[in-house]
Design a protein around this ligand. Structure first.
Ligand code: AHR
Length: 514
């Protein structure tokens, strides 16, 4: 139960009164055309990624119980609450090393594998196809399996496809049955290699396009189960990769998997997850805002080859990448997650939503204990990160209709970096409810937004919640697991068709309008 002082504190935060703030900048305006939605925000934009990396799989989602690896119930329960729509596995760079046949059958007989990309640790293959599919079932999500192109054969890949999908009789379906699973799992999302320009084989797009077509040719449909073939996409702003892949292979591609990470400093010297300056806050926001240009330019190329927008642009790996936590194995990519990460996630997700016509899937990296994780674990303990709460807020947009917004978003600038001051998504769900998520990117100034809701009468703000904190680097720890958590929000008022929202600095708000 919350104590009185806690409630007073939450109330103060909710009203935007936490700490003395300088005078507010000019109010911003926004128009929401509530009757003009065209594109659906695919729930798959809220997908996740779980690689065999550090403590993501082993000692993360799975915990050792005696000689067995068991799925953690608390992790499952937390992930179910954010309605994970799809889960990408087993990598990442690991995918192009992975030998799937070593991960099936009696666990004691499975060969080990060295994770040469990540920390050089030796895994016991205790989590393989059956264990992953058990997780998929418990999360009620869709699997997105990435096959091995870099060091695997076409035959190995089609055999894996046949193993998970063929109804039988047949050699792979029979093997699956002998391993305890009678029915096929009907996996449709299938990655043909990972980062084939980099750790997945260092290929040129001209070469990979041919390799891709060869591998993708051997993924047959079984009844209603058709492969949704996902090609390795470009690294960030490599527009040439997209051009070549679309020119050479578009008819055989269902999704093109772009990867883009957000970091401060450089790859050689990345900034800290929790100990940063305001200029570094602004730097990360500018990096997140760059998604708009990135998605626009890749989409423009794709439009030339695929004007009907059949091929999904997928952001199959994204998120913040900071220096690992002090004392952790640098190859394990274990980082803390602050309010700054949450704001960067909200800004990124709003951009994905706005590109809903072409961008239909995204997978934040990575679910537990790796990079911008939803959950951190230590032994039996588990904490939710600020980014987790953003994903929970944004469940209102899953498969909802994107409502066009015209927006004077203002500008936030610091230390030579800049980003929109306010970011937002408006959507209408199947029940006709309008939801607005709004983020004040500015960590020092409150912002007031006057939003005009046109085309549908709204009579009440039916609910509001906010995620914010006093400090830019506020984060949850095992000692203080609720330092950053949602609170009720009372800073939105409706007068006629005008909704006025007073956003405290560095805050994310979700509102329901009826
Ligand atoms: O997510 C961590 C790594 O980043 C993945 O293994 C790789 O695909 C990417 O470069």
């Amino acid at each position: 139960m919350r104590t009185l002082p806690t409630l007073i504190l939450l109330g103060a935060i909710a009203l935007g009164g936490a700490g003395a703030q300088p005078a507010a900048p000019r109010p911003l305006t926004m128009v929401v055309d509530a009757d003009q939605g065209r594109d659906t925000i695919s729930r798959h934009l809220y997908g996740h990624f779980a690689e065999h990396l550090g403590r993501g799989i082993y000692d993360g989602i799975w915990i050792r119980r005696g000689s067995e690896w068991r799925i953690r119930d608390d992790v499952v329960q937390a992930l179910r609450a954010i309605r994970v729509p799809n889960l990408r596995w087993p990598g990442g760079c690991f995918a192009d090393y992975y030998q799937w046949k070593d991960g099936i059958g009696p666990r004691a007989e499975r060969p080990t594998i060295v994770n040469n990309n990540w920390g050089g640790v030796t895994e016991d293959n205790g989590v393989g196809t059956h264990e992953f599919m058990e997780l998929v079932g418990r999360l009620d999500t869709e699997p997105f399996i990435v096959g091995n192109v870099g060091s695997g054969t076409v035959r190995e890949m089609w055999q894996w496809w046949e193993y998970v999908n063929h109804p039988g009789p047949g050699p792979m379906a029979d093997l699956r049955r002998r391993n305890g699973r009678a029915e096929p799992w009907n996996v449709r999302f299938w990655g043909v290699g990972n980062e084939s320009w980099g750790c997945g084989g260092g290929m040129r797009p001209e070469y990979y396009a041919d390799v891709y077509k060869r591998f993708a040719s051997f993924l047959p449909a079984y009844g209603d189960v058709r492969p949704f073939r996902i090609a390795a996409g470009p690294p960030g702003d490599n527009y040439h990769w997209t051009e070549v892949m679309m020119r050479e292979a578009a008819p055989m591609i269902d999704g093109l998997d772009l990867h883009h990470y957000l970091l401060t400093g450089s790859w050689a010297k990345k900034g800290s997850a929790t100990n940063f300056t305001e200029a570094e806050w602004a730097e990360l926001m500018q990096k997140a805002a760059f998604f708009d240009e990135l998605l626009t330019r890749h989409s423009t190329i794709m439009d030339r080859y695929d004007p009907a927008k059949r091929v999904w642009l997928i952001v199959g790996e994204w998120g913040t990448w900071h220096e690992g936590e002090p004392g952790s194995n640098p190859g394990f990519l274990y980082q803390q997650n602050s309010l700054r990460d949450a704001v960067a996630a909200a800004l990124s997700l709003d951009i994905f939503n706005r590109h809903a016509d072409r961008v239909r899937m995204a997978n934040i990296a990575q679910t537990v204990n790796v990079l911008q994780a939803m959950i951190l674990t230590r032994g039996e303990q588990m904490i939710l990160t600020p980014t987790y709460h953003v994903f929970e807020f944004y469940t209102v947009h899953h498969d909802a209709v994107l409502l066009p917004t015209r927006f004077d978003a203002g500008r936030y600038e610091r230390g030579g970096w800049s980003a929109p001051a306010v970011s937002a998504t408006a959507s209408r769900d199947r029940a006709g409810r309008i939801h607005l998520t709004m983020t004040n990117v500015d960590p020092t100034q409150p912002r007031t937004v006057a939003a005009t809701i046109r085309g549908q009468r709204v009579s009440a703000v039916a609910g509001g919640r906010i995620l914010t904190a006093e400090q830019m680097g506020a984060h949850n720890t095992f000692e203080q697991p609720n330092a950053v958590r949602p609170a009720p929000f009372a800073g939105a008022t409706l007068a006629g068709e005008t909704l006025t929202v007073r956003l405290p600095p560095k805050s994310i708000v979700v509102l329901e309008l009826r």
